[in-house]
Structure formats: C-alpha cells, structure tokens
Design a protein around this ligand. Structure first.
Ligand code: ADP
Ligand code: UDP
Length: 239
C-alpha cells in the first residue's frame, strides 16, 4: 500500500490518498482544538492513543455487526481506512447530561437519562456546527430519510456496545460524537474516530474526567487522562 499525497488536513488528523482509489490513510496528530478551533494546543501522545483506541473500538463494532471504515492499522499514528463520502452530520448520543446539553437546557452535569438521546449538528465550521433535526437534514439534502434511519440505528447500537465495554473498564460513557460515510455503492458505514477527543469518559468511582474536557476546561492532567483510559482499554480488550 503506497501512501500518496495529502488530500486534507483537519484539526486532529491528516488524510492521504493511496494507490487504491477506494482506500485512504488517516494520520492522527497531537494537535488539540476546542470551541471550533478558537482554543488551540498540543496533547503529547494523543495521536497515538486516539489512533489505537479508535481501531480497537472500530474492530469491536464490526464484531457487533456495525459496518465501519476500518481496514488495518499501519503504524502508531496511521491507519488504512475505506475512503467514504462523509455525511456532513455530527451524530451525538448522550447517556448523562454534560457539556452543551447542560448549558443549553440549564441543568447540571451528571443527570442519568432514562434512555439515551440523539442529536445532530451540521458539520460546517463556518456556521459553528449548528444543531439541526432530521427534517432539516433532509431539507438541506445532507442525507436521505433512509440514511438517517440507518445512522440512528447504528448510533444507538454503537452506544450499547461502547457503554458495556467501558463499564468493564470501570469507565462511564457519558456522551460521544460519531460520523458516518457512504461507500461508493451507497452503503452507510461508521467513519472518523472514537477516542477521548470525541467521547466523554468518567471514572466509575470518582467521576474524574478522563477525556478532552480536561483540555477544554484547563484542568491539567490531560496526557495522564488519555494514557489512563488507553491503559484500561488495553487491559480489557483482547483483540
Ligand atoms: P476536522 O475536519 O473536523 O478538523 P479531523 O482533523 O479529524 O476533523 O479530520 C479528519 C477528516 O477526515 C474529517 O473531516 C473526517 O470527516 C474525515 N474522514 C474520517 N474518516 C474518513 C474516511 N473513511 N474517508 C474520508 N474522510 C474521512
Ligand atoms: N463532540 C465532538 N466534536 C464536536 C462536538 C462534540 O467530538 O465538534 C463530542 C464531545 O466530545 C462530547 C459530545 O460530542 O463527547 C457532546 O458534546 P457537546 O454537544 O456537549 O459539545 P462540547 O461541549 O463538547 O462542545
């Protein structure tokens, strides 16, 4: 597999073309951003954690019957994935109130929901990723009704799998963001990443934050938190 030119550089990853038009390589950086790029920094070793964690979790999702873009890990920071056309929706599942849910609706963090919630935002940095519903997504032709149904079904299934796995690791899955893409034949697959950048993970006993909120809120101990969740994942994931 030959790594050819860079086709995209995002806030946390770079994407490269390969000699196979159906595959691309993602490379994870240590760059961290928050507030849609307004806050910037570096989390040393984050790229390695996010790459390896994403791949192990994607493999678990495949085993559970949820199709993903994952093909194979190439190095500490690089992974071969199926090239998709990204559906421009950030799909957010929540089990417990936190972040924007708490601020938007004026409630404290930590309220355990009776059942998980789903929300979408339009993946558009210029517009600051505005919240939208399925009708808006269809009106904007971001996805069809059938695609949205498939995405919802997979997103809730991912939640059940991830929640159960993180529980084994002594970690509470508070909320997370997923992205989906279309293969050339139109099949919807889970893409992008599943990492402490995109999930809120709290220690089961202390509720200590083990995710990017430590960076967002200048809490310190960011690198240690990423290393800690990776260590717990490795102790419970046997491949
Ligand atoms: P952002 O674009 O939000 O700054 P990243 O730095 O993570 O995000 O950049 C990675 C980009 O690659 C994202 O835009 C993501 O949607 C896209 N992407 C993720 N998986 C795939 C894939 N399998 N094929 C094509 N693009 C992908
Ligand atoms: N999230 C993300 N990328 C975004 C926005 C949110 O990965 O652009 C994740 C975030 O890490 C959290 C969940 O989605 O796990 C819900 O985030 P929220 O809406 O509370 O926004 P935030 O406070 O993270 O900006």
């Amino acid at each position: 597999m030959e790594k050819l030119e860079q086709i995209y550089e995002g806030k946390a990853k770079k994407v490269y073309r390969t000699d196979d038009p159906e595959l691309c390589i993602v490379e994870y950086k240590d760059d961290a951003t928050a507030e849609n790029g307004k806050k910037r920094g570096t989390i040393v070793g984050k790229g390695v954690v996010n790459n390896q964690m994403t791949n192990r979790l994607m493999a678990r999702m495949e085993k559970a019957g949820i199709p993903t873009h994952f093909v194979r890990e190439l190095s500490e920071r690089e992974t071969l994935v199926k090239k998709v056309s990204i559906v421009p929706l950030e799909v957010i599942i929540r089990n417990i109130s936190a972040g924007h849910f708490a601020s938007r609706y004026g409630v404290e963090e930590g309220i355990v929901f009776d059942s998980p919630t789903i929300e979408f935002s339009y993946k558009n940095d210029e517009l600051d990723d505005p919240l939208l519903n399925a009708y808006h997504a269809r009106a904007l032709k971001l996805a069809t009704a059938g695609e949205i149904e498939t995405i919802k079904k997979y997103a809730f299934a991912v939640n059940e799998e991830l929640k159960a796995f993180w529980k084994e690791c002594g970690v509470i899955l508070v909320d997370f963001k997923l992205e989906f893409g279309r293969l050339p034949d139109g099949t919807i697959v889970l893409a992008d990443e599943i990492s402490p950048d995109t999930c809120r993970l709290w220690d089961e006993k202390t509720h200590e934050k083990l995710d990017k909120d430590r960076f967002r809120r200048d809490m310190g101990g960011v690198e240690d938190a990423y290393a800690e969740v990776m260590k717990r994942l490795l102790a419970h994931d046997n491949g």
